[in-house]
Design a protein around this ligand. Structure first.
Ligand code: UDX
Length: 469
């Protein structure tokens, strides 16, 4: 009897840093012969529609029509998160996420039931972001396999996974001693308290973020498979230890897997300014790219110090400011005319891969780090919260492909200028460039035909099929 076709039901997490890898995973599964039903929240659908209204070859109602034209079997659906489209989900973060924890699972349950029912000839399985609070419960109710997708480094996953050990050893809630060493997490050599994720550095652990993490890591312990958007060779020990607990596969960076480059699927939540012409007019390696990702809320004081640091450094730059440019110091735009480009959003990969780019001042979002490595661009690190302080450790302390923006607690324009100069040219810069070449080669090799990412993905497919049939 012919095997029934596998059907991945994928419900994306509603942040840019999760959406991009999630869509790329969908494309990869579909290009391996799976049927995929991909679900965005209605809010994300709305954001994508606004950002991509000028793309005429993509059906506004169905962001995967381009994928289907390339022969992939991806269906598209939306789900309400329970809030109106104009509700500010960042400003009302706590209220929003409390409601998501409370009310979203029943909506997902109803939708998954409906999807399974209308595709009875297919074998369904769930692919959900690890951060969700419901995947194991829902997979269990429908008796389907549950694949958990983690879009951050294995290091961060391992620490969250072993929160019980942190508690037992008196490190959670935090004792507040920044230099304390944690050396008991399996597969993690040792890490200082100050390098833990921001939510593990709190003395109080009652915020909604804690609730999200607690629920997520209760659920993931029941997942059948864990996919991690990292590279085996970069986090080998950590992955080895994780694999002793549950089947885990390093499939990163999913965003650079090449089998689906010709498919057009909108991923960006904001419309992108094209920086190509401006970058082409600048000498090789002369431009610093600055972005703090999709979530960080930047204060006027921070913008002031960065802007003045940029002026003092005298380098060319592209600055992404999602905020209104009114936050910039008076006269700044006139002073930087010709050597600075300020945009509200851009295609970061295309900017980073321009020969004009010589460095990246980043908030250390995991996607940004992987993209910088892919393009061989060394970094200045300025983490804000969540996984970013921990990601910084990997970049600066472990891989030596970046430097810290400020070694003290407050940010100062002179230090900003100094660090920018160190990054862009001179002895420190050369050292960073040598190291990032090595790390880039590791990433490239992992993604090659016989590389670890490719092998791990195929192994996952084999194990999944074996478990289903
Ligand atoms: C956050 C976390 O910090 C990150 O580590 C986690 O994995 C997801 O949530 P975010 O702040 O959005 O993510 O940062 P990052 O992971 O770097 O993702 C940002 C994405 O937006 C990148 O893929 C980047 O290419 C893209 N981007 C950014 C643009 O396309 N244009 C821009 O102008 C800026």
């Amino acid at each position: 009897m012919a095997e029934r076709k596998l059907h991945a039901i994928m419900i994306a997490f509603s942040f840019q840093g999760h959406i991009t890898p999630f869509i790329n995973l969908a494309l990869k599964l579909a290009s391996n012969g799976f049927t995929v039903t991909f679900v965005h929240t209605e809010f994300i659908h709305h954001m994508l529609s606004k950002a991509h209204h000028n793309i005429t070859h993509v059906d506004d109602e169905d962001f995967f029509s381009g994928a289907r034209q390339s022969g992939l079997d991806i269906r598209y659906m939306t789900i309400s998160d329970g809030f109106p489209l104009d509700y500010d989900r960042i400003l009302n973060f706590n209220e929003y996420w409390e409601a998501i924890l409370r009310d979203f699972p029943s909506r997902v349950h109803e939708l998954v039931g409906r999807i399974i029912q209308s595709n009875e000839s297919l074998v369904p399985f769930l692919v959900a972001d690890t951060f969700y609070s419901w995947p194991a419960s829902i997979a269990e109710e429908f008796n389907i396999l549950n694949v958990s997708f983690w879009t951050e480094p294995a290091l961060v996953f391992s620490i969250d996974y072993h929160l019980d050990l942190l508690r037992e050893n008196g490190f959670f809630p935090s004792k507040g001693n920044q230099e304390d060493l944690i050396d008991f997490v399996p597969g993690v050599q040792s890490i200082k308290t100050k390098d833990l994720m921001s939510y593990l550095q709190d003395a109080h652990i009652t915020t909604v973020i804690h609730q999200i993490v607690f629920k997520a890591f209760d659920q993931v312990k029941h997942a059948d498979f864990i996919l991690i958007n990292t590279v085996n060779e970069l986090e080998h020990e950590t992955l080895l230890a994780l694999n002793k607990k549950q089947p885990s596969y390093a499939i990163g960076s999913i965003n650079f897997s090449t089998d689906f480059t010709k498919t057009v699927v909108p991923k960006s939540l904001w419309s992108e300014t094209d920086c190509t012409e401006w970058l082409n007019s600048k000498p090789a390696g002369s431009v610093l790219y600055i972005s703090f990702g999709s979530l960080a809320q930047i204060t006027k004081q921070l913008v002031d110090e960065i802007a003045n640091g940029l002026l003092l450094s005298e380098v060319n730059f592209v600055l992404v400011l999602r905020e209104n440019t009114d936050v910039l110091p008076d006269g700044f735009k006139n002073e930087i005319r010709g050597r600075g480009l300020i945009v509200s959003w851009c295609n970061q990969n295309s900017v980073l891969s321009s020969p004009a780019i010589g460095g990246f001042l980043t908030h250390c979002g995991w996607n940004s780090i992987l993209e910088s490595i892919w393009c061989g661009v060394p970094m200045i690190c300025f983490p804000f919260y969540a996984d970013q302080p921990t990601n910084r450790k990997l970049v600066v302390d472990d891989w030596k492909i970046g430097i810290n923006l400020c070694d003290g607690s407050s940010i100062d324009r002179k230090e900003v200028a100094e660090k920018i100069k160190q990054l862009m040219s001179g002895e420190i810069s050369n050292g960073l460039r040598d190291e990032i070449k090595k790390i880039r080669t590791i990433l490239q090799n992992a993604l090659a035909e016989d590389g670890s990412t490719h092998r791990n993905f195929n192994q996952f497919l084999k194990d999944l099929r074996a478990k289903v049939h």
